[in-house]
Design a protein around this ligand. Sequence first.
Ligand code: TQI
Ligand code: ZN
Ligand code: ZN
Length: 166
Amino acid sequence: HYTFFPNAPRWPAEKTDLTYAFLPDNGLSDSVKAVFSRAFQKWAAVIPLTFTETSSYGSADIRIGFYRGDHGDGEPFDGVLGTLAHAFSPPTGRLHLDLAENWVVDGDVTSSGAVDLESVAVHELGHVLGLGHSSEREAIMYPTISTGTKKVDLAGDDVEGIQVLY
Ligand code: TQI
Ligand code: ZN
Ligand code: ZN
């Protein structure tokens, strides 16, 4: 079953068109940006919110960046595997990924230690929107994923949870 963060924070009701931006320093490829675009659309398909990329990082609602080790928010990354990424509850909009991972973008995720970017992006966006972890193994918001796995489609439980919030 789905959960929320304590006190069920969500993006404010009057804010239905959210913007997102990528950390300019990362110089991300179009294929990485396309993965996030697809991940946003999974959620946008089931709730009345839209997500639009903006180039003004400073004023974006949701800020996405890859960082290594200690990056100043008290939640340092730990190198290969362990923590892959984290996101903060609404309306913070921070989504950080560990630069040290062997990220796979649209590719073969079965090689050892590979982490599928889209699977992690869909999961972290669930946190950005206000979902906590689910007890259902099929859910995107289930707290673990096997390495070498791709899981990018929302389960009924994810949809129910996000539709309760929005
Ligand atoms: N990162 C944890 C996660 O996103 C960080 C975390 C732990 C967290 N508890 C939290 C974030 C509570 C918000 C609220 O769950 S992780 C997976 C999964 C991670 C794990 O690196 O362990 C995914 C990131 F589910 F696959 F194991 C993304 Cl998809
Ligand atoms: Zn961080
Ligand atoms: Zn999580």
